[in-house]
Design a protein around this ligand. Structure first.
Ligand SMILES: [Ca+2]
Ligand SMILES: [Ca+2]
Ligand SMILES: [Ca+2]
Ligand SMILES: [Ca+2]
Ligand SMILES: [Zn+2]
Length: 628
């Protein structure tokens, strides 16, 4: 067995072959692939108008039709019923040909937990449509749908969602699930709700003439404004409130409207009685969601769509207590250092973001990952601002702090900010708002004050507010731009889910018939294979490497330790793989070297490394051993 070390190495590495376990061959080839941004990417296969809001029966029909047309990529199910008996439909999107949904890392997306925030439905639905229609045309979507599962629940709070779209409402209502609550303590439930008094299809505000009132009409007669000077001689009005009648004749109007607890205070983490009453997960709408999430530990990250304000609210690890004895000066130095780092980062990326937070070392990676992801979010969404999210009973907090999933609450849209703010004081005044409506919406969207005879109140005035779908949900003409950008951000995140690969494998002769086999295992994505929080919660499944050998090769058990296989390569320090396999965890953009010592009897054999990661997939690579 004479050989030079050099020749064997060359020969062995030349025989490296990789098995295609990580890159599965899709059953549905991309026959229609399009790479021209000027061309159709499947939209015409399932034409959809994104120029309107859909009611519950319409958007659930769209979900059903999508599933029927793309049944090889999508399943539909009801995760449960709302209080009023509506099904909460969920689409599960992944290529069935490349594995079952539960075996792939998953992105959870929901919208409109707050009933009035129906642009969350549109964004979720758009994402589903985008993934399905583009699958055959767009290589990046194809790859994502092959590797990833998307659980999409467009409308969470279905009862209030339906009402918001179909009936006259202000932009703020209805918001909560329909738990009956006796707001005025008269023993009757929801007996006096707001109503469209003048029958114009909108819910606006009622005013009544009153010499002691503190409102007057603006000079252009389009809104009610406060009287600044008490001596001013002008027709005065008192604000009554939202349009409505005194339905129960108790002298009060709209004193017992529909709606129970805030559903986004009803989740278990950080729950409090005051806004999440009567107990955590008391509402079927929220409980169905959390039970589904608990039963699907493959959920790796979650998006919840809300409005309003163009924010990327993300969950961050808990702030560490300042080290004992940390002086205010030391704290200031830390803040200065953070600012300096941010200034440096923004020289090359104006969207760079760093959360102002110090965390314990075991959570540092989660903070780094979130900073990284939301910086890209700010870039993709353009005029959105990252900011750490709230904890109190919020779905996103439970996703991260209880399930270990990276989570994001997107506050969509918002009063037209930049473009409407004409004097650049970072506020949109009522005048600027109306000017924006006049300019951008050709005047559509504003209810000018008008007199009306009210059966309970007599002569009143109604108006001076915007209609629905102006401030909190975008006018139809802006829906698609908003939905597209948000779909891109979700797709970006899913594309950054961990992906394990064996980037390199090589053989280094040790002595006699002994050989070191060394593999370089990598995850080049922005997410680690499990979050720091999942590790802390003991929900993380460690990554695993095992070594298999051909019949004439034996793997030697040697104590697990770092080993320098090649003394000439000082960087090539590797962890010895135990015979029964070794566990580890790949962080974001991480690489680790592993080695095994094997003995070969005969002239030919092979050694195969297998890396399995719950979220990062499986990678297998084999190296041939051959003596000359
Ligand atoms: Ca009542
Ligand atoms: Ca009520
Ligand atoms: Ca009205
Ligand atoms: Ca009443
Ligand atoms: Zn909301």
């Amino acid at each position: 067995m004479k050989h030079t070390r050099f020749s064997t190495m060359l020969f062995a590495t030349a025989f490296v072959c990789s098995l295609a376990a990580a890159t599965m061959i899709p059953a549905f080839a991309q026959s229609k692939q399009a790479r021209n941004p000027g061309s159709d990417h499947g939209e015409q296969d399932f034409p959809m108008s994104w120029k309107r809001y859909y009611a519950y029966t319409e958007w659930t029909r769209i979900m059903q039709d999508l599933q029927t047309k793309y049944s090889h990529l999508a399943d539909i199910q009801s995760i449960g019923k709302s209080r009023m008996g509506r099904d909460q439909y969920l689409l599960t999107i992944t290529s069935k040909a490349t594995g079952k949904a539960g075996t792939k890392p998953a992105m959870w997306v929901d919208g409109a937990i707050h009933g009035n925030e129906v642009n969350g439905i549109t964004c979720s639905l758009y994402l589903a449509w985008y993934l399905l229609t583009r699958y055959d045309y767009d290589p990046s979507v194809h790859d994502l749908v092959d590797r990833t599962t998307f659980y999409i629940l467009p409308g969470l709070n279905v009862d209030a969602n339906d009402s918001y779209v179909r009936f006259p409402n202000t932009e703020n209502n209805p918001r909560e699930p329909y738990r009956p609550v006796d707001d005025d303590g008269d023993g009757l439930y929801d007996e006096d709700q707001s109503e469209d008094v003048d029958g114009d299809g909108d819910l606006s505000t009622m005013y009544i003439e009153d010499p002691a009132g503190d409102f007057k009409l603006s000079p252009d007669m389009r809104r009610f404004v406060r009287v600044d000077d008490p001596r001013e001689r002008v027709k005065r009005f008192r604000r009554i409130g939202s349009e409505g009648f005194d339905n129960d004749g108790d002298g009060m109007i709209n004193e017992d409207d529909i709606g129970g607890p805030d559903p986004n205070r009803n989740f278990p983490y950080g729950w409090s009685l005051e806004s999440g009453y009567p107990y955590p997960m008391s509402e079927s709408e929220t409980r169905n969601v959390f039970e589904f999430q608990m039963a699907h530990p493959n959920i790796f990250a979650a998006f919840n769509y809300h409005n309003t304000g163009r924010l990327i609210m993300f969950q961050v690890p808990p702030a560490s207590r300042p080290p004992a004895g940390q002086t205010p000066e030391a704290r200031q130095r830390a803040a200065d250092a953070l600012n300096q780092r941010l200034t440096e980062l923004r020289k090359t990326n104006k969207y760079a973001y760093l959360a102002d937070r110090q965390v314990a070392p075991e959570y540092q990676q989660d903070l780094d990952v979130q900073n990284d992801i939301v910086s890209m979010g700010a870039r993709i969404l353009k005029d959105y601002t990252p900011t750490p999210g709230g904890l109190a009973g919020q779905a996103a907090a439970s996703s991260y702090y209880m399930l270990g999933a990276y989570s994001y609450l997107i506050e969509l849209w918002g009063s037209p900010s930049g473009e409407a703010d004409l004097n650049n004081d970072s506020q949109v005044s009522d005048e600027e708002y109306i000017k924006w409506i006049d300019t951008e919406l050709m005047g559509e969207g504003w209810i000018s004050p008008h007199a009306f005879k009210h059966p309970d109140l007599g002569e009143i005035w109604i108006g001076g507010t915007a209609r629905k779908h102006v401030g909190r949900t975008p006018p139809a003409r802006y829906i698609e731009t908003e939905a597209l950008r948000n779909a891109n951000f979700v797709l970006y995140c899913a594309g950054q889910f961990p992906r394990v690969e064996i980037a390199e494998i090589r053989v280094v002769p040790a002595t006699d018939d002994l050989y070191w086999v060394e593999a370089l295992v990598k995850n080049d994505r922005s997410f680690p294979t499990s979050s720091d929080m999942a590790v802390a919660l003991k929900r993380a499944v460690m990554d695993r490497v095992t070594v298999a050998v051909s019949s004439n090769v034996t793997m030697l058990e040697i104590p697990p330790a770092k080993t320098m296989i090649d003394p000439l390569n000082r960087a090539a320090e590797a962890d010895v793989v135990a015979k029964q396999g070794s566990e580890f965890r790949l962080k974001a953009r991480d690489a680790k070297r592993f080695c095994a010592l094997v003995r070969m009897k005969g002239a030919e054999g092979w050694v195969e490394f297998t890396v399995t990661s719950k979220a990062g997939g499986t990678a297998v690579r084999r190296v041939a051993l051959k003596l000359q």
